[in-house]
Write a protein that binds this ligand. Structure first.
Ligand SMILES: *Cc1c(COP(=O)(O)O)cnc(C)c1O
Length: 351
């Protein structure tokens, strides 16, 4: 049975062109900044994000952590969405390693920050009772908020509030190219509001490994030190970077196919009794839906799908996430939806 893996766009495998580029990559020691392939990728990334410089790191988690370490002294306060990946899915690294406290701000269902709460947080009085704010972080697209792309006008507003109080803004743009597509703009137009911006090569862009942090030359210089502290200095990293260069050249436009497949999946799942699909104003490559009934119905549904070769991730006891990506066709979506309809009929028949 062929598996249709909709758990994440991180399950994507490199393209044949990536494999070839990796095998043939010109290499050097990147800790000495002597890997020509890494240098080329970093220049491309900086240019695409409209920043002076960029640095390759092993993961999106390290990209955010390095950024926090460079922006924040120990004991500082980082303001971010309560549902931010950095808050919930990065193993507490900002606090464990960076010794910062996180001040969560409510996220709207569209992945925005509640601007009233944000204004309160950035404008809190500076007195010795409170940890000093040092950074605002935002996410676009917003993973846990259904993969929603966040509007440029909202980003401008967050940026204005942060900067008004002298705080830099970091963008966790793990899927910034999906955001650009949904917003009909370019990644640099999104990143223009942030002082530093990170994105992943290893999600929809289908590379095996790697994320980039983009910012000023001075920031990236400090980031090289923080990356070294975390053990993320890699030697002949051109093997990884070569795939990244291919990704930036060949894998961005095709994200439209993933968005179309996600739209199709949302439509198909939405017509199945017992499933409630979440709708977003600016959807991308994710579909979140809930199963009517309780946790037991949901776990029967999950197991039934798996038995039919369709993999999705439970996000809450009754809420699931499906992600479209390179390697998933519209025929796969139709098959996954038929399986979901069949399983829903059986697993949820008690309702
Ligand atoms: C995946 C993801 C990350 C972390 O990336 P890893 O490479 O998995 O460490 C950070 N932020 C967001 C929004 C993500 O979706």
């Amino acid at each position: 049975m062929e598996i249709i893996d909709l758990r994440s766009d991180t399950v994507t495998l490199p393209t044949p062109e990536m494999r070839k580029a990796m095998a043939q990559a010109e290499l050097g020691d990147d800790v000495y900044s002597e890997d020509p392939t890494v240098n080329r990728l970093e220049e491309m990334a900086a240019q695409m994000m409209g920043k002076e410089a960029a640095i390759l790191v092993p993961s999106g988690t390290m990209a955010n952590l390095v950024s926090i370490l460079v922006h924040c002294p120990r004991g500082a306060r980082v303001i971010m969405g309560a549902k931010a990946h950095s808050n919930l899915y990065e193993a507490g690294g900002a606090s464990a390693v960076g010794a910062v406290v996180i001040s969560p701000v409510r996220n709207t269902p569209e992945g925005e920050l509640d601007l009233v709460e944000l204004a309160e947080q950035v404008g809190a009085p500076l007195n010795p009772h409170f940890a000093r704010p040092a950074l605002v972080v935002m996410e676009n697209t917003h993973n846990l908020c259904g993969g929603a792309a966040v509007s440029l006008s909202h980003m401008a507003e967050v940026s204005r509030l942060a900067h008004e109080h002298g705080l830099p803004l970091h963008l966790d743009g793990a899927r910034v190219f999906n955001a650009a597509l949904a917003l009909e703009t370019t990644a640099d137009q999104i990143a223009q509001f942030a002082d530093t911006a990170a994105f992943c090569l290893s999600k929809g862009l289908a590379c095996p490994v790697g994320s980039l942090i983009c910012g000023s030359r001075a920031f990236v210089g400090e980031a090289r030190r923080a990356r070294k502290v975390l053990g993320g200095g890699m030697r002949q990293a051109g093997v990884i970077a070569a795939a990244g260069i291919v990704a930036l050249k060949t894998m961005i436009e095709r994200l439209a196919e993933d968005h179309e497949n996600a739209r199709l999946l949302a439509e198909r799942l939405g017509s199945i009794p017992g499933l409630v699909v979440e709708r977003r104003q600016r959807p991308t490559n994710m579909v979140f839906f809930s199963v009517a009934g309780g946790a037991q119905d949901a776990s029967r549904f999950h197991a039934g799908l798996k038995a039919r070769g369709v993999l999705m991730i439970p996000r809450d006891p009754t809420r699931f996430r499906a992600v479209t990506h390179y390697g998933i066709t519209s025929a796969d979506i139709e098959r996954a939806a038929s399986a979901a309809a069949e399983v829903a009929r059986q697993a949820l028949s008690g309702n």
